[in-house]
Design a protein around this ligand. Sequence first.
Ligand code: ADP
Ligand code: ADP
Ligand code: ZN
Length: 216
Amino acid sequence: MKILLMGPPGAGKGSQSAKLVKDYELTNISTGEMFREAARNNEPLGIEAMKYIDQGDLVSDEITNEIVRKRLLKPDAERCFLLDGYPRTVSQAQALDAMLLSMKSKLTAVINITVDKEAILERMVGRRVCKSCGLSYHLKFKPPKKEGVCDACGGELYQRVDDQPESVRNRLDIYERKTKPIVDYYAGHGILKNVNGMQTFENVYKDIKEALGEVK
Ligand code: ADP
Ligand code: ADP
Ligand code: ZN
């Protein structure tokens, strides 16, 4: 199973992928998380990437394609993976197709989580993320058992710089202009499934599983 999880920032990709990778035993490939982890480890790539990320801008296609290419070549990504947050431009989508083709592989399904604009803002502003494991929480919709502490690993929760309103606006604008066209790109390939993200976590998950059932 080679799945791509798409949707605007705040759609719930990270929350849903955390469950999917466990249930389906998939290798999770999240470019945003890879950049943030590289920054946490003070790697030059991460520090460079955060200059763009904190403003809500995209990291260059060149850098992003290269980290994904390297990641896909690792043995644990050979059979099953879940891509979250990549591709984000049509040029990245074409690069991904070319990479997979050269590995004699291809995507099985593209799940597109749809959400209303107003909900996006509320979700992103209330989002808190674990510094250690990257799991996401929400002050109102998914509060941790103990304030400021990750249920899963005890790590400290923080607010991403790019979840501040100025960066959020920029990210939504970039999503509309650069990322949304990919939805049509994959619809043209006949592998796109839309899932209504304006439901409880559980019901969104149920719909994703149903959509995947159809393509197995
Ligand atoms: P993405 O990875 O698409 O940016 P996240 O999974 O990080 O999205 O979710 C964004 C925020 O919205 C998080 O704070 C998360 O807890 C919350 N959230 C995600 N899905 C739902 C949902 N179905 N209902 C309410 N809040 C949600
Ligand atoms: P979200 O979960 O809110 O959609 P991500 O964690 O996926 O956000 O990504 C955070 C930031 O990392 C993006 O706003 C962008 O700056 C950078 N980034 C992540 N994936 C890509 C990509 N495929 N191409 C370019 N930049 C990316
Ligand atoms: Zn944690």
